[in-house]
Design a protein around this ligand. Structure first.
Ligand code: DX5
Ligand code: ZN
Length: 222
């Protein structure tokens, strides 16, 4: 698998927007269309107002495909479920700073398990909440919608938090990806790149496009 750094543009289609009656075909379609990572949105009906899928689905995808699995845990107790997502075959596990856990300890356990560690921030949460953990992460996820559902509108007002993360990374000589998630299209990718993001999660605009390869290419080159 290709190792990517924060100077690379990474496109991560979100499976949440795929046709769940044909998950395997949809994953193959994303890989053939040039997806770099597959973004997997796990929702527990508690941290967010929706329920999606869990480790069994992720493991089935892991066993039958060769693509980097970017797992976004929108769950209240990521520490409790962590081992199951590691065993499922996750490559990167992102947890929310707002969830009920010892953030530093969860990040440490993710890395100790051999996965990359991501930390996510909701639109309403200030950047200062993630600052103490930025030297412990491989990826900072700045939510550009209120998490829970695909197909929502991008919130440009969170861009200053990306700029702040980029400046912090520069100043402290750190090395983490900056990911945006929610409402990403070829129109909303440019302001995100400009602010400093390099990983674009795109659900509706990729899986629901007539030509997924073209959609991914347009977001990559936007
Ligand atoms: C939102 C999820 C997103 C979602 C993005 O709670 O975290 O990953 O799937 O979907 P789109 O790209 O349709 O906004
Ligand atoms: Zn997500």
């Amino acid at each position: 698998m290709i190792e990517r750094t924060y100077t690379d543009r990474v496109i991560a289609p979100s499976l949440l927007a795929a046709d769940f009656s044909r998950i395997q075909e949809e994953v193959s379609k994303a890989i053939k269309a040039g997806a770099d990572w597959l973004h997997l949105d796990v929702m527990d009906g508690h941290f967010v107002d929706n329920i999606s899928f869990g480790p069994a689905i992720i493991n089935a995808i892991h066993e039958t495909n060769d693509i980097f699995l970017d797992v976004h845990l929108m769950i209240s107790r990521p520490d409790h479920y962590l081992d199951r997502f590691v065993e499922a075959g996750s490559d990167l596990i992102t947890v929310h700073v707002e969830a009920e856990h010892d953030v530093r300890e969860t990040l440490r356990r993710i890395k100790a398990a051999g996965c990359q560690a991501g930390l996510a921030l909701n639109p309403a949460t200030p950047f200062s909440e993630v600052e103490p953990f930025l030297s412990d992460i491989d990826l900072f996820l700045c939510m550009t919608v209120v998490p829970g559902f695909g197909g929502q509108s991008f919130m440009p007002e969170v861009m200053p938090k990306i700029v702040a993360a980029e400046e912090y990374r520069e100043k402290h000589g750190l090395n983490f990806h900056i990911q945006v998630d929610g409402g990403l299209t070829k129109e909303t990718a440019p302001p995100s790149y400009q602010a400093g993001a390099n990983v674009i999660v795109a659900g509706s605009s990729t899986f629901k496009a007539d030509d997924m390869a073209l959609a991914i290419q347009e977001i990559r080159e936007a």
